[in-house]
Design a protein around this ligand. Structure first.
Ligand code: CTP
Ligand code: MG
Length: 238
């Protein structure tokens, strides 16, 4: 039987750094909620299924939102958890027994990903079981001590800013997350979980600076401009 691919789209965060009443993933960006853009990109890609992870308290709102769009792919809706990694784990569990081989884990607060990027990653997973996407850092990075003194300046050529989707062979990342949940270790991305528990190389696929995460208000301004620019380009190509 054909082994499938799935996307876990995370939308269970509170958006504290944005500071708005409406969580950032539901804020309106060029006429659509931020979360719409990731769902649409996956729906238009070669992925087989989607899981949307949302906060328990926002389930009825999200159901209404989904009903307003007609996405083609099977879409499971599950409740997230306290931290991002709890939400990822709930997404992974929802895919158990669904014959999944490849899984892409994506921040719903990153609306600029494209179906081309998704299809590229799906292709890369045929050759290697763990991929992250990112871009070289533009600024010099300093490592400080607790007194705000510079301790160390890492070589910029080796520093990359990490984005999502982060993509893995499903069985491996599920196993890694099961360990993490038992250990109660703090992590900041999915690759860290894989690095620690699977201990096999994770490869970096170069993405674009446009694939930003909406975190603070100025990110909305930038996302709006990028979207407008894309729309202009698309109209020219018509
Ligand atoms: N996320 C999630 N479950 C959580 C925390 C985060 O599904 N318990 C999701 C967010 O909705 C977001 C993505 O993970 O799409 C990246 O997290 P982040 O940018 O940190 O979003 P928030 O946690 O919502 O924002 P903040 O940290 O500012 O509160
Ligand atoms: Mg957060």
């Amino acid at each position: 039987m054909h082994k499938k691919s799935a996307a876990i789209i995370l939308a269970a965060g509170k958006g504290l750094r944005m500071g708005t009443d409406v969580p950032k993933q539901y804020m309106i960006l060029e006429g659509q909620p931020v979360i719409y853009y990731s769902l649409a990109a996956f729906d238009n890609s070669k992925i087989d299924e989607m899981v949307l992870v949302a906060a328990k308290e926002e389930m009825s709102y999200v159901k209404e939102l989904l009903a307003a769009y007609s996405f083609q792919k099977p879409l499971l809706l599950v409740a997230g958890g306290e931290e991002r990694y709890h939400s990822v784990y709930q997404g992974l569990l929802a895919l158990k027994d669904r014959n999944i081989k490849k899984v892409l884990i994506h921040d719903g607060a990153r609306p600029m990903l494209t179906e081309i990027m998704i299809n590229d990653i799906l292709g890369q997973l045929d050759d290697h079981p763990a991929w992250i996407v990112g871009v070289p850092v533009k600024d010099t990075i300093k490592v400080l001590n607790e007194q705000q003194e510079v301790m160390h300046t890492p070589n910029r050529e080796r520093l990359w800013q990490v984005q999502t989707p982060q993509s893995f062979e499903y069985a491996q990342i599920l196993k890694a997350y099961q360990q993490l949940i038992l250990d109660k270790r703090e992590v900041t991305d999915d690759s860290m979980v894989y690095e620690y528990y699977i201990q096999k190389p994770v490869k970096m696929l170069e993405s674009t600076y446009e694939n930003l995460k909406i975190t603070t208000p100025e990110d909305m301004l930038l996302a709006r401009e990028i979207l407008k620019n894309r729309q202009k380009k698309a109209e020219k190509e018509k």
